[in-house]
Design a protein around this ligand. Structure first.
Ligand SMILES: [Zn+2]
Length: 278
């Protein structure tokens, strides 16, 4: 019996590990946000709506047993959130993440708040894949994807599961297509790109808090989402954003036409790194 404490230390059981949630945030999937002008990072109402949803999610994660919640200000250049208004127990990550999205830190889980669906989805409110003006389409191993798939795959590459999402119905469906067990809070329904039926801010926060709390129980049950290698990442830009001169010379790149380029890597990390190495 006297050796038991040592055994516990060295085997390091899951319940003894610090539970850190990495929260990816965006604006287009927030309840009450339905017009393009509302996504201006300095829009005071949007900032309040987004911060309220984030803080509700933080409350839910903490209630569900999280030790630490790191919130990434992921919308438009990381200029929307403030440490003055973020939940006192959360930490705010500001700035660009780089190609690995910091996933090498092997968080306990990732979650999305305010998430929109990928480009071209019918009923997806302000749906886009990384850039509404610059990118028409993005294909991962031939499958159309947006931020939801790419983030889940990058997290999965480092063994981290995606456990929770809040956003519109289209975004929730998109995560469920690859992680059926994930908890979702649907805060609005898209009728068209700029037409939605939204919950009130108070109801959206309640739904998000509950989904976040429930999702904590699924850590260890939800498998990390992985994309089998080798991985191709094909990016189709918009007409006004055609490929620059010399795109053919980029490492690991194949130019398919004037606005389409394909990168090939042994895994998601390599393919995404080649793409991001502008
Ligand atoms: Zn986005």
């Amino acid at each position: 019996m006297r050796f038991l404490p040592y055994l516990l230390i060295f085997t390091c059981p899951a319940w003894a590990q610090k539970k850190t949630i990495f929260m990816i945030t965006d604006a287009e999937g927030v309840g009450g946000v339905c017009r393009q002008d509302q996504t201006d990072p300095k829009d005071p109402e949007m900032r309040q709506l987004l911060t309220g949803e984030i803080n509700a999610a933080v409350e839910g994660f903490l209630a569900g047993g999280a030790d630490e919640v790191i919130v990434w200000d992921g919308h438009d250049g990381s200029q929307t959130l403030s440490t003055l208004t973020i939940h006192p127990k959360a930490k705010l990550l500001m700035g660009a993440l780089g190609p690995s999205m910091l996933m090498e830190r092997r968080f306990s889980a990732v979650a999305y708040v305010g998430q929109h669906s990928r480009a071209d989805v019918r009923g997806g409110i302000m749906a886009h894949s990384y850039s509404s003006l610059g990118i028409q389409n993005m294909l991962l191993n031939g499958k159309p994807v947006g931020e939801i798939d790419v983030i889940a795959a990058m997290a999965g590459h480092f063994g981290t599961p995606a456990i929770m999402l809040s956003g519109d119905q289209a975004a929730a469906d998109e995560l469920h297509a690859i992680v059926p067990e994930a908890e979702v809070a649907v805060v609005k329904e898209g009728i068209g790109r700029y037409t939605c039926i939204s919950l009130s801010a108070a109801s959206a926060r309640d739904a998000i808090r509950e989904a976040a709390r429930r999702s904590m129980a699924k850590i260890g049950l939800i498998k990390p989402y992985t994309v089998p290698g080798p991985v191709t990442l094909q990016v189709e830009y918009t007409t006004r954003n055609s490929l620059p001169v010399g795109a053919e010379l980029r490492t690991g790149a194949e130019v398919l036409d004037d606005r389409t380029i394909r990168f090939r890597g042994k895994d998601i990390l390599e393919a995404w790194r080649l793409y991001r190495a502008q």
